[in-house]
Ligand binder design. Structure first.
Ligand SMILES: O=C1O[C@H](COP(=O)(O)O)[C@@H](O)[C@H](O)[C@H]1O
Length: 268
């Protein structure tokens, strides 16, 4: 059974016994937010990341989810993308397409991926422009508290260095406040050229989920969530800067990733 609690300002924490349990809880949550968003405003605007998160969403294409989710109402975006061809193994689009999107009935025109034929800078500019058009036509809701879109759900993975999307520790991209999408040509994790949502966009979402699994992430999970001692304070750890201003934040993790959390007390 999962261990769950709510931190006074770091959101809800769900530590699961194993990856199977985590992935069921994660897809249940996605299906629930999808249904609620469609009921509320007719569509579901979901933002994906890359990495291990996508395989944990695999159950969405299996019964009962593949039949109960209203795929025709989904609009799919990416919180970050590597600037490589869409058929390249490093492409976050390819990963999601192969694992999920090719197996359900999301309309191809609702899949909002980057232009992979231009530079990282141009890809970021074009992606932001495309999202601004969708806010203008009200497919994507505008935030009431910021000059940002309010996506229904942003799904983030987290690296063992605490990066989320392609926002890396101590990188200038963390400071970008006026753009919705920015670019990097020096990502510490390959490939070097990437685009990423900025923190103001992530923090304007209605719901943000961070998924972290494996022991290699335990320290970053602790630094991102727990109340820190003055020695540990790490103001530029990207995962710690995820703090939706008027939305929900939920952390999904397995026991190894959650093992250094202050609230980690599983009975054996
Ligand atoms: O490079 C990236 O890494 C993160 C984390 O990946 P994981 O495999 O350690 O879960 C991912 O969320 C991000 O989208 C991706 O571009």
């Amino acid at each position: 059974m999962a261990l769950t609690w709510t931190h006074k300002d770091r959101g809800e924490i769900r530590v699961h016994e194993n990856l199977e349990e985590l992935s069921i809880d994660l897809v249940d949550y996605i299906a629930e937010i999808s249904e609620a968003s469609i009921k509320e405003h007719g569509v579901f605007c979901i933002v994906l990341s890359g990495g291990s998160l996508i395989n944990l969403m695999g159950k969405l294409v299996e019964p009962p989810y593949n039949k109960i989710v209203d795929w025709a109402k989904w609009y799919v975006f990416w919180a970050d993308e590597r600037v490589v061809g869409k058929n390249h193994d490093d492409s976050n689009y390819k990963l999601a397409k192969d694992t999920l999107l090719s197996k359900v009935n999301v309309f191809p025109r609702h899949i909002c991926s980057i232009n992979d034929t231009v530079s990282a800078e141009d890809a970021a500019t074009e992606y932001e422009f495309a999202i601004r058009q969708m806010v203008k036509t009200r497919t994507v809701i505008a935030s009431e508290n910021s000059d940002c879109p309010r996506f229904d759900l942003i799904l983030l993975g987290m690296g063992s260095d605490g990066h989320v999307a392609s926002l890396f520790p101590n990188h200038p991209a963390l400071e970008v406040k006026d753009d919705w999408v920015t670019f990097l040509t020096d990502s510490p994790k390959p490939p070097p050229e990437r685009i990423t949502f900025t923190l103001p966009v992530i923090n304007s979402a209605a719901s943000v989920v961070v998924v972290a699994t494996g022991e290699s992430k335990a320290n970053a999970v602790h630094l991102a969530i727990d109340d820190l001692t003055s020695l540990e304070t790490s103001p530029s750890l990207p995962a710690r800067l995820v703090q939706p201003s008027s939305g929900n934040l939920i952390w999904f993790m397995d026991k190894p990733a959650g093992s250094k959390l202050d609230g980690f007390k599983f009975s054996e």
